[in-house]
Design a protein around this ligand. Structure first.
Ligand code: SAM
Length: 278
């Protein structure tokens, strides 16, 4: 990365790829962004796309995302998001499209990590393979005892899953990229959750180590920018994309703070972004 790389919120993907910036947030559609990138410019895709889950029936899936994914006591805290009501067939087709573009934009040693839940795991694996990636496995994220949704008479939906794959043979381990664990226990914390389905920052910090320090990571479905904060904190470059303006702005503020080593919650501007904040 170039010395004195910019930490500005106006950086572009080209700046990040050239090493002139550590991060950028594109506000817009993921597929359009991916299609605009040059071949082979990305080292790892680390993302948490909309799951189009939250129920077995179409009527369940088309409820708003707060109703689908937020515990009753936290409802109304964060904004709803879009793109989450596809049927399973449409979900596979759509994921195949963006995963194929992500593969084209990835280097020969590129890898993909995409989160999913128990309902959509089979579809997500199919999409990884349809997108031309070699499916490598699943990494469960365990929310810990009491985490996840209770299923009366059955097992708690306590885990989500990172499906991962590569373009070809896996690269030899590099300095700063160890052999990563295949299972993570990280409880959700409301203090570290700035999106209805936000992932814990420490979990994402572990996962972005799939790519070497200085590598370019892309998260086409950035939400509140947790992958960005994780990548910046771990010394990787990162391109984020988010379609909901409110979340794109939270992602920018969190990335700015991470790059400057400050706490974004100390910024009074954040209060106006949090729906329902006092
Ligand atoms: C599951 S959330 C990601 C949450 C994120 N991991 C975090 O920690 O905040 C998925 C995000 O993708 C966004 N999204 C859905 N469809 C999109 C599209 N076509 N292009 C860009 N963003 C999209 C949604 O608005 C949502 O914020």
């Amino acid at each position: 990365m170039a010395q004195g790389a910019s930490v500005t919120r106006t950086a572009t993907p080209a700046d990040v790829i050239a090493g002139a910036a550590r991060w950028c947030v594109v506000e817009g559609d993921a597929l359009a962004l991916l299609a605009s990138l040059p071949d082979g410019c990305v080292d790892a895709v680390v993302t948490d796309p909309p799951y189009s889950s939250g129920g077995m029936m179409r009527a369940d899936r088309t409820r708003n995302t707060d109703a689908k994914y937020t515990r009753t006591e936290s409802q109304g805290r964060n904004a709803d998001f879009t793109g989450d009501s596809r049927s399973q067939r449409a979900f596979i087709m759509w994921c195949s499209l963006w995963m194929e573009e992500a593969r084209r934009a990835s280097s020969a040693e590129g890898r993909i990590i995409a989160f999913t839940d128990w309902r959509q795991i089979a579809c997500t694996i199919d999409a990884v393979e349809c997108g031309g990636w070699i499916y490598r496995g699943i990494v469960p994220w365990n929310k810990g005892s009491g985490g996840g949704r209770p299923i009366p008479g059955g097992f708690r939906a306590q885990c989500e899953y990172a499906v991962w794959g590569s373009i070809g043979p896996l690269p030899k381990p590099e300095p700063g990229v160890g052999v990563l664990d295949g299972f993570y226990t990280v409880p959700n914390s409301q203090d570290d959750k700035h999106h209805q389905t936000g992932k814990p920052t420490s979990l994402m910090r572990d996962l972005v180590r799939i790519a070497a320090p200085g590598a370019v990571i892309i998260d086409p479905f950035a939400g509140s920018g947790t992958t960005g904060v994780a990548a910046i904190s771990e010394g990787r470059r990162v391109i984020l994309c988010e379609r909901v303006p409110e979340y794109a702005e939270i992602a920018r503020r969190r990335c700015e703070a991470a790059a400057q080593g400050t706490d974004w919650r100390a910024d009074p501007r954040q209060l106006s972004l949090l729906k329902g904040a006092p």
